[in-house]
Design a protein around this ligand. Structure first.
Ligand code: FAD
Ligand code: NAP
Length: 315
C-alpha cells in the first residue's frame, strides 16, 4: 500500500499537519517517535497559545491536538522512523522494526531541542527555575533576578526580552567576547538591567524544589562563587532532529532543513514543518501554523502530480 501522506513527528506541527491532511481526505499516517506530543510534554503551563485564555498544561494541550488529528482519521503509529530514502518515488521510510512504508508525499515534523549544559543539577531543576525558553517562561519571573547563559544572538535576545519583566538579568558567557551580532551586543551592553559576567560558566545549579542560586566558575582563575538567583535560562543553541535526513535533503550549517516557497524542501514531494526548519521563532503556534501549511502544500502537490498522470495517460 502506498500512503498519500506520511507524517514524521507528533508535536504541534505533526498533529496539525494530520488534522489538515485528514480533512483533505488524504488519510494520513503519522509516526509519533519517542516523544509523542513533542517538546510541550516536558512543560507545565502554556499561556501563549491562543484559545486558552486561562492557560493550559503542555501535556493536556497535546492530548487535545492528538484527539483532533484522530477524530478526522489520522492513523497514529507509536513507532519512530529509523531510515529514509527520498531518492526515488514513492518515497521509502523504515520504522524501528525495519518495516518498509511507502508514500507519495512526506511531511517532516521531527522538531528540535534546546541544548543544555549537561549538569545533573540543571536537569533536576528543569521546569523549576531552569528553562531554555524566555518567551515561554519569562513571565513566571516577573520582578525577579534571572541569569541567561550563552554569548550568541539567542542569549542576547533572551536577556533583552527578560529585562522587560524581571528585576535584573545576569548574562553569563564563557569567553570575553560575544558571538552574537554587533547590534544585539550593543543593545544588551547598554541595557541597565543586564549585567554581563564574562569568562564564566555555571558549575552547579543550587536549590531543593526550585532554583535559589548558582555556583559560578571563573574559567581563567578557576575560582568559584555563589550567586543568588530565581531562574536560569540556558541559551547555548538548539539541535534539530535531522540526523535521519542527512544526505537526503538540503540542510543548513546547523542541521536545520532548508525550506522554500512555504514548506517545500530540496526534494519535491517532501515537506518540513515546525522547529525542524525554524531557526527563528520556535513556538508551538508557529509550529502548528507551518504544519497546516505543509499539509496544504502536500495536498496541492499531490493534486498536481495526479493531474500530470491523468494528462499523460490521456495523450
Ligand atoms: P516537537 O514538539 O519537538 O515534536 C517533535 C516530534 O517529532 C516528537 O513527537 C518526536 O517524538 C517526533 N520525532 C522526532 N524524531 C522522530 C523520528 N525519527 N520518527 C518519528 N517521530 C520522530 N512554545 C510555546 O509556544 N509556548 C510555550 O509555553 C512553550 N513552552 C516550552 C517549554 C519547554 C520546556 C520547551 C522545551 C519548549 C517550549 N515551547 C513553547 C516550544 C514548543 O514546544 C516548540 O516550538 C514546539 O513543540 C515545536 O513543535 P514541533 O511539532 O515542531 O516539534
Ligand atoms: P550560537 O550562535 O551557536 O551561540 C551559542 C552560544 O552559546 C555561544 O556564545 C557559545 O559560546 C555558547 N555555548 C555553547 N555551548 C556552551 C556551553 N556548553 N557552555 C557555555 N556556553 C556555551 O547559537 P544561538 O545563539 O542559538 O544562535 C544560532 C543562530 O541563530 C545564529 O546564527 C544566530 O545569529 C541566529 N539567531 C539570530 C537572532 C537574531 O538575529 N535576532 C536571534 C537568535 C538566533 P562560544 O561563543 O564560546 O562558542
Amino acid at each position: 500500500m502506498i500512503e498519500n501522506v506520511l507524517i514524521i513527528g507528533a508535536g504541534p506541527a505533526g498533529y496539525t499537519a494530520g488534522i489538515y491532511a485528514a480533512r483533505a481526505n488524504l488519510s494520513p499516517i503519522l509516526f509519533e517517535g519517542t516523544q509523542p506530543g513533542g517538546q510541550l510534554m516536558t512543560t507545565t503551563d502554556v499561556e501563549n497559545f491562543p484559545g486558552f485564555p486561562d492557560g493550559v498544561q503542555g501535556p493536556e494541550m497535546m492530548q487535545l491536538f492528538r484527539a483532533q488529528a484522530e477524530r478526522f482519521g489520522t492513523r497514529i503509529v507509536s513507532d519512530f522512523i529509523d531510515r529514509v530514502d527520498f531518492s526515488t518515488r514513492p518515497f521509502k521510510v523504515w520504522d524501528s522494526r525495519g518495516r518498509l512504508h511507502e508514500a507519495r508525499s512526506i511531511i517532516i515534523a521531527t522538531g528540535a531541542s534546546a541544548m543544555y549544559l549537561g549538569l545533573p543539577s540543571e536537569e533536576r531543576l528543569q521546569g523549576r527555575g531552569v528553562s531554555a525558553c524566555a518567551t515561554c517562561d519569562g513571565f513566571f519571573f516577573r520582578g525577579k533576578d534571572v541569569m541567561v547563559v550563552g554569548g550568541g544572538d539567542t542569549a542576547l535576545e533572551e536577556a533583552l526580552f527578560l529585562s522587560n519583566m524581571t528585576n535584573k538579568v545576569y548574562l553569563v558567557h564563557r569567553r570575553d567576547q560575544f558571538r552574537g551580532s554587533k547590534i544585539m551586543q550593543q543593545r544588551a551592553l547598554s541595557n541597565p538591567k543586564i549585567e554581563v559576567v564574562w569568562n564564566s560558566t555555571i558549575d552547579e545549579v543550587i536549590g531543593e524544589d526550585k532554583v535559589t542560586a548558582v555556583r559560578l566558575k571563573d574559567v581563567q582563575t578557576g575560582e568559584t562563587r555563589e550567586q543568588s538567583i530565581d531562574g536560569v535560562f540556558v541559551a547555548i543553541g538548539h539541535k534539530p532532529a535531522t540526523a535521519l535526513f542527512q544526505g537526503q535533503l538540503e540542510l543548513d550549517q546547523k542541521g536545520y532543513i532548508l525550506t522554500h516557497e512555504g514548506t517545500r524542501t530540496s526534494v519535491e514531494g517532501v515537506f518540513a514543518a515546525g522547529d525542524v526548519q525554524d531557526t527563528v521563532y520556535r513556538q508551538a503556534i508557529t509550529a502548528a501554523g507551518s504544519g497546516c501549511m505543509a499539509a496544504i502544500d502536500a495536498e496541492r502537490w499531490l493534486a498536481g502530480i495526479a493531474e500530470e498522470a491523468s494528462a499523460g495517460a490521456a495523450s
